[in-house]
Ligand binder design. Structure first.
Ligand SMILES: Cc1cc2nc3c(=O)[nH]c(=O)nc-3n(C[C@H](O)[C@H](O)[C@H](O)COP(=O)(O)O)c2cc1C
Length: 120
C-alpha cells in the first residue's frame, strides 16, 4: 500500500500527489496535512511505501509542513520524497525533506523535484 502525505496551501502539490499516487497503481491513500495532523487512519506497516511531498518556500520546506512531516513514524518503511517548486530553485528543500524522512525512521529510496506554476 502507498501512503501519500502532502501539504498544499495553493493546491499544486496536491495535484502532483494525486497524479503520482495514481501512477503507482494498487492500494493507496492520500493524507492531507495542509490543515494540521492527519485525522484519517494512517498506520504504516512493513511492506508499505510512503510518499512525502511538499512545496518549496524560500528554498526550504515550509516550517509548518516540516513540523507535520516530523510527526510521522516511518517504521523502517521505504519512502519517496518529492518537492514542488515555482521554477526559481528548490535549493536545500529536497535534502531537508529527505533528512526529515530519515529522522522519522523511513528508508529513503527515491527523491525528485518537480516544477509547477509559481503561486505568487
Ligand atoms: C512564501 C512562498 C515562498 C516560495 N518560495 C519558492 C522558492 O524558494 N523557490 C521556488 O522555486 N518556488 C517558491 N515558491 C513557489 C511554490 O513552491 C510553488 O508555487 C508551489 O507549487 C506551491 O505549492 P502549493 O500549490 O501546493 O501550495 C514559493 C511560494 C510561496 C508562497
Amino acid at each position: 500500500m502507498l501512503h501519500t502525505f502532502f501539504f498544499s496551501p495553493s493546491d499544486t502539490t496536491r495535484r502532483y500527489a494525486k497524479a503520482m499516487t495514481e501512477a503507482f497503481g494498487g492500494d493507496s491513500q492520500l493524507i492531507d496535512l495542509t490543515h494540521g495532523p492527519c485525522e484519517v487512519e494512517c498506520d504504516l506497516i512493513d511492506g508499505d511505501t510512503a510518499l512525502l511531498i511538499s512545496p518549496v518556500y524560500a528554498g526550504r520546506i515550509p516550517p509548518m509542513a516540516a513540523d507535520l512531516f516530523r510527526q510521522i513514524d516511518g517504521h523502517g518503511m521505504k519512502a519517496i520524497v518529492a518537492v514542488i517548486y515555482g521554477n526559481r530553485d528548490y535549493d536545500d528543500a529536497l535534502l531537508e525533506l529527505a533528512d526529515i524522512a530519515v529522522e522519522d525512521g523511513f528508508e529513503v529510496v527515491a527523491a525528485g523535484a518537480f516544477i509547477a506554476q509559481h503561486c505568487i
